[in-house]
Design a protein around this ligand. Structure first.
Ligand code: C2O
Ligand code: CU
Length: 580
């Protein structure tokens, strides 16, 4: 640039200042241009044979990969993702889990709620801004496709120059999930049958898409091959003496999981995109839909390798430990550690999990305090029920059944008749309901009504767990809220008391999250601000539970939205909208 070379001599002082000012404006705006980039991604979604645990199965891939490609962006970036559905006989939709979609509720990817399904052969474009740094994920939000492998990680980095409240030399990512040999369609068909067939415990646990099934159990040998390189364990390499940030995301369909790195403590520093007041744990409980960053130091004996063990918790395990190898590189050849992999905590130690949940608080320098009071309290009782003999999950005795016209379109385009206008029941008889016993009359109804929230109001969501259909069973349900983060005000065991328990809410330094566990026979209290115009699902993140009704739908401020993109329409009553 010429003017840099030009001499300032002869310029009056104020002229020089002006010039400098202009110059720095130029610099600033060029920084902005560098920071707020637009990323265009083209994805093809397809069925392909894969053997992630040595057993050959039809998996759903993104550009040939399952897990799909990791998205890496910087806070403020716009992502434009063109998704082509090449599944041939199945629809699809992709949800960007943890991204709040402020101003773009139609890009949330929830079929039946924010969009019509993407038909085979069609291309649908998602466009949204990643407005907060952190670790997130994406996955199919159509039927049970998530469990067929359509999922991956989203890393949103802090803008250059921003300091995070922890330091590390390098980072690595870990996706954990559970894996079945039955197809997602076989699973969902079983769940919808009168002759109910439960998905059962997974055949294996995967770490970054790699697990190991004992092929001698498979019967025929042509579908299972333990020499297949696709099922070699994932290897985490660390250089002795260095410090690592591990981003961990659980895309499990069913299992609550525990991750342990033999001989290494973990310091939890981030949860669902929020900084955590650092806590040191021996192993990490991670529920489906949650993400964490942990700091791990490569400070153990550098002359050997270590196991990373992944175990099922909270359900009686019927699946062997998933394993990876931590390789101290370059000291050691890649070989199996001389020990046995960690087996994790006792699967039924509810108190252990409950206490770890309570450890997660906001980092003191990053507290965004919750509003001290709320405008509305919605208590949500979680029960397992039956509808005409079909097994369902219900919330306040209603089992969610999505309408064929997505809510967002129906509300905005005045097609309200496509779903029930009767307000969703807000409360159950918490005074008399016995959460510890099996329902005498398990009958429930299917429903598709929604909770309409006053725009900008503060809402408390209280999740109440109860006994399932079998005696002495209450499951762990990880609940996920679309479009918002909530403050986790408290966890309790037993029945929530609306008079007493709120007195002990943490209003000082609660963590903000988008997914939170509801522990067996317990309650979890959340608070959020209904400030994001759109229609948002709040549901159990276990694939098989949401699929048979375990969720509710919230709406706020849809009237504030501009025109909806036509691309989300075309199904149910919205057919005519596309044609006109
Ligand atoms: Cu990650 Cu509606 O879910
Ligand atoms: Cu559940």
């Amino acid at each position: 640039m010429r003017f840099i070379n030009s001499s300032y001599e002869g310029l009056k002082d104020h002229q020089a200042t002006q010039l400098l000012f202009l110059f720095s404006l130029c610099l600033l705006s060029s920084i902005n241009i560098i920071e707020a980039t637009v990323q265009h991604l083209k994805w093809e979604i397809k069925y392909e044979y894969r053997s992630p645990d040595c057993f050959k199965k039809l998996s759903i891939t993104v550009n040939g990969l399952s897990p799909g490609p990791t998205i890496t962006a910087t806070q403020g970036d716009t992502l434009i993702i063109q998704v082509t559905n090449s599944l041939i006989t199945e629809n699809t939709a992709i949800h960007w889990h943890g991204i709040r979609q402020r101003g773009t509720p139609w890009s949330d990817g929830t079929q039946g709620i924010t969009q019509c399904p993407i038909l085979p052969g069609e291309t649908f474009t998602y466009q949204f801004v990643v407005d907060r740094a952190g670790t997130y994920m994406y996955h199919a939000h159509y039927e049970m496709q998530r469990s067929a492998g359509l999922h991956g990680l989203i890393r949103v980095l802090v803008p250059e120059g921003t300091v995070e409240p922890f330091s590390y030399d390098e980072e690595r990512s870990i996706i954990v999930n559970d894996w079945w040999h039955k197809s997602a369609i076989e699973q969902s068909t079983g769940l919808l049958s009168l002759n109910f067939s439960w998905v059962g415990e997974p055949q294996s646990l995967l770490i970054n898409g790699r697990g190991r099934y004992n092929c001698s159990l498979a019967g025929t040998t042509d579908v299972c091959d333990m020499t297949n390189t696709e099922c070699l364990p994932f290897v985490l390499t660390m250089v002795p003496g260095k410090t690592y940030r591990l981003r961990i995301a659980s895309l499990a369909s069913l299992s609550a999981l525990n991750l342990e790195i033999e001989g290494h403590d973990m310091t939890i520093v981030e949860a669902d995109g929020h900084y955590v007041d650092p806590v040191i744990v021996k192993n990490l409980n991670i529920y489906s839909g949650e993400t964490y960053s942990i700091i791990v130091k490569a400070d153990q004996d550098p002359l050997r390798n270590y196991w990373i063990g992944l175990n099922v918790i909270s359900r009686k395990p019927g699946t062997p430990t998933g394993t990876s190898i931590l390789n101290y590189h370059p000291n050691n050849p890649l070989k199996v550690p001389p020990t046995l992999p960690p087996t994790g905590p006792l699967w039924n130690d509810t108190l252990y999990r409950f206490n770890q949940s309570k450890l997660i608080k906001s980092h003191p320098d990053h507290i965004e305090p919750p509003p001290p009071t709320s405008n509305r309290v919605i208590i949500l009782l979680n029960t397992q029920n039956k509808v005409n003999g079909y097994i369902r999950w219900s919330i306040n005795n209603v089992s969610l059944n999505l309408p064929t016209t997505p809510y967002l379109i129906a509300i905005k385009e005045n097609l309200r008749h496509v779903f029930s206008k009767k307000p969703a029941l807000e409360t159950y008889k918490y005074k008399t309901y016995d959460i510890h016993s099996v329902l005498k009359n398990p009958n429930t109804t299917l429903g598709n009504s929604i909770h309409r929230l006053k725009f900008n109001s503060t809402v408390d969501l209280i999740l109440q767990n109860a006994n399932a259909l079998s005696p002495n069973i209450s499951e762990t349900h990880p609940w996920h809220l679309h479009g918002h983060d909530f403050w986790v005000l408290g966890y309790g065991l037993g029945k929530f008391d609306p008079q007493i328990n709120p007195k002990n809410y943490n209003l000082v330094d609660p963590i903000q999250k988008n997914t939170v566990p509801l522990h067996p026979y317990g309650w979890t209290a959340l608070r959020f601000q209904a400030d994001n115009p759109g229609v948002w699902s709040f549901h159990c993140h276990l694939e098989a539970h949401f699929f048979i009704g375990m969720g509710v739908v919230l709406e706020e401020g849809v009237e504030r939205l501009g025109k909806l993109p036509k691309s989300i329409m075309g199904c149910g009553q919205s057919k005519s909208l596309v044609r006109t």
